[in-house]
Design a protein around this ligand. Structure first.
Ligand code: AMP
Length: 113
């Protein structure tokens, strides 16, 4: 198992865990691009959006639900935040394990990237 997010999920390498349930974990991004930058990650190793089977799609809703809860817990619900899923090379994906970014705590650019 060489996937860095699988290693964080299994506890083999440390992560600042903020949420864990039977399907989803969330931990702080090691290289934060905003005061709040959290990664919401399914335990199941799915390499990217493109690799999601139809039966995996409910996970995205669960990830969004965890993101919403964490935004509230981190105090950014009212000010606003951004959820991002990068896919593939041109999408800017660098870790090949599906994840959602929760970004907030500063005014984010109006541009998408
Ligand atoms: P992406 O570019 O969408 O694939 O996002 C991958 C994210 O994972 C980047 O924002 C990295 O900073 C983050 N990252 C990489 N390694 C770690 C790690 N060991 N712990 C926490 N976040 C990480």
């Amino acid at each position: 198992m060489s996937c860095i997010f699988c290693k964080i999920i299994s506890g083999e390498i440390p992560g600042e865990m903020l949420h864990q349930d039977d399907e989803i974990v969330a931990f702080r991004d090691i290289n934060p691009r905003a005061p709040i930058h959290i990664l919401i990650v399914p335990r199941k190793h799915i390499a990217a959006m493109n690799e999601m089977a139809d039966s995996d799609l409910p996970l995205l809703g669960k990830m969004a639900g965890v993101a919403k809860q964490l935004a509230k817990a981190e105090g950014i619900s009212e000010r606003g935040y951004r959820l991002v899923v990068n896919c593939g090379l041109e999408g800017g994906q660098s870790v090949p394990h599906l994840h959602m970014h929760l970004l907030g705590g500063r005014q984010l650019s109006g541009k998408m990237a």
